[in-house]
Design a protein around this ligand. Sequence first.
Ligand code: FAD
Ligand code: SF4
Length: 329
Amino acid sequence: MQTFGYGRAANVHQALAEGMAADTAFLAGGTELLNWLRLGITAPARVIDISRLKELEGIERLPNGGLRIGALMRLSDVAQNADVARGYLVLAQAILKSASAQLRNLATIGGNPLQKTRCAYFRAADVLPCNKRQPGSGCTALHGLNDRHAIFGWSEGCVATQPSDPAVALSALDAVYVTEHRDGGRRIEAEDLHRLPGKTPHLETTLREGELIVGIEIPEAAPHSAYLKIRERESYEYATVSAAVALDLEGDRIARARIALGSVAARPWRLREAERALAGAAVHDSTVIREALAVSFAEARALTHNAYKIPLAKAAAARAIRLAAEARP
Ligand SMILES: Cc1cc2nc3c(=O)[nH]c(=O)nc-3n(C[C@H](O)[C@H](O)[C@H](O)COP(=O)(O)OP(=O)(O)OC[C@H]3O[C@@H](n4cnc5c(N)ncnc54)[C@H](O)[C@@H]3O)c2cc1C
Ligand code: SF4
């Protein structure tokens, strides 16, 4: 464990001011950050505790019919909220399939999408070449143990995946991360929060130094939605692949489909071509669904040990579409 300075912000204004100092990290639930400190993944000079900022709590309905969730809301409180459970089933399911009950009581919805990859080389105490840990050192997973790694959007510099479950649901819901920064806040579309690795895999998100996620807004309810998580055991396990689906239905036809896959890339991966191809399709037409998904998977690229993930992710997406169609508000 590294030594570091500790301060508790009294309000958002103070958090933003203190967050601008070099080598500073925000502490929300601490369930990720403290592991990074223990493993030597990060070594901030100072940690700013934001966990008691009441301004970042609460869930409220927006005038446009959407929902705003405070960044410091604990995962368990988000999943149990009546509006979320009723109108945003895909998010409630993704949360309830994340981590353990104890962790969900501590972890926050703002901190969760900022968790880092589970790539074993990245998390190892004995560090092998890893461009995320040490830029320019190489990627051991590229030709090493890569059975859990990416099939979309990877580069020779890094083949890791982003493991958050809620982030996948938020992507399918077209959520927006609302931020504050000393130089001004902004709204970041869920799909734009995480970066693809390219030549700079150590840069994982589009957040600026000292930028604070204050809330997450979801534009409209998605009653026909579902989250399917495929994993090696049914509890307390990260996804091998996952699929989040939100459907707008007109009778038995799909008016609009939104599909995001998890644990297949460095960010939640939207299947845009498949979404377009599914508009107007009969929701129970498995041939049309299979063909639509195939279009999006044309760009999937397997590594040496993870070719199985391509058919698995395709099947997960198809099944999640069925589950979403069957979901009743
Ligand atoms: C054993 C274990 C199993 C897990 N299994 C799963 C799983 O199956 N699925 C899953 O999705 N997750 C899983 N997790 C991850 C867990 O959900 C995350 O650790 C947690 O959600 C992170 O939230 P936190 O509030 O504790 O973040 P913290 O640890 O406090 O912070 C994480 C990062 O986010 C930054 N941060 C936090 N809040 C903000 C904010 N508001 N604005 C800007 N930056 C911020 C911090 O500075 C830090 O860089 C697991 C974790 C553990 C330890
Ligand atoms: S996949 Fe990424 S995180 Fe894993 S060893 Fe390669 S560079 Fe590091």
